[in-house]
Design a protein around this ligand. Structure first.
Ligand SMILES: [Fe+2]
Ligand SMILES: [Fe+2]
Length: 145
């Protein structure tokens, strides 16, 4: 199984593609919204339960900043979900959500990944990858529940 940083990057790419689709293709919007509502909260939850929990004592300031960004993302997603698809406010809300999420992904891939590679062994990154998959499955079951 890939190590956790590869799994996180794969999730980021999938969510970036989802935003592309949501912006450019009106016909698939309702289905992609359902996917986004599943993938985005599951992703941030699984990060917090694994990588952030592991790095929290080693680089507390960076992890706190990332946790604050997760809170902001959850709040922005909750506001976005309140807006009907055909409302004029929908596209601006999507663009706002996308900007916040993509800015977070970029700083995560730059800063958190660098810290993780510095502080954690390959074996540990590998083990965290297995935990990350498990936590995402738990989150999906909870969401479906
Ligand atoms: Fe994150
Ligand atoms: Fe992430």
């Amino acid at each position: 199984m890939p190590q956790i940083l590869e799994l996180i990057r794969d999730d980021h790419d999938l969510i970036r593609d989802l935003f592309d689709e949501l912006e450019s293709n009106p016909e698939t919007r309702d289905v992609r919204c359902i996917t986004l509502r599943r993938e985005l909260p599951g992703h941030v939850y699984a990060e917090e339960a694994t990588l952030y929990a592991r790095l929290g004592d080693m680089v507390p300031e960076e992890i706190q900043r990332s946790l604050d960004e997760h809170t902001e993302i959850r709040e922005t997603l909750a506001r976005f979900e309140m807006i009907p698809l055909r409302d004029d406010a929908w596209m601006p809300a999507l663009v706002d959500l996308r900007e916040r999420v993509e800015a977070h992904f970029a700083s995560e891939e730059r800063e958190v990944f660098t810290r993780a590679e510095h502080h954690l062994s390959p074996a540990e990154l590998f083990r965290l990858g297995e935990m990350f998959e498990e936590e995402k499955q738990k989150a999906a079951q909870f969401a479906a529940g």
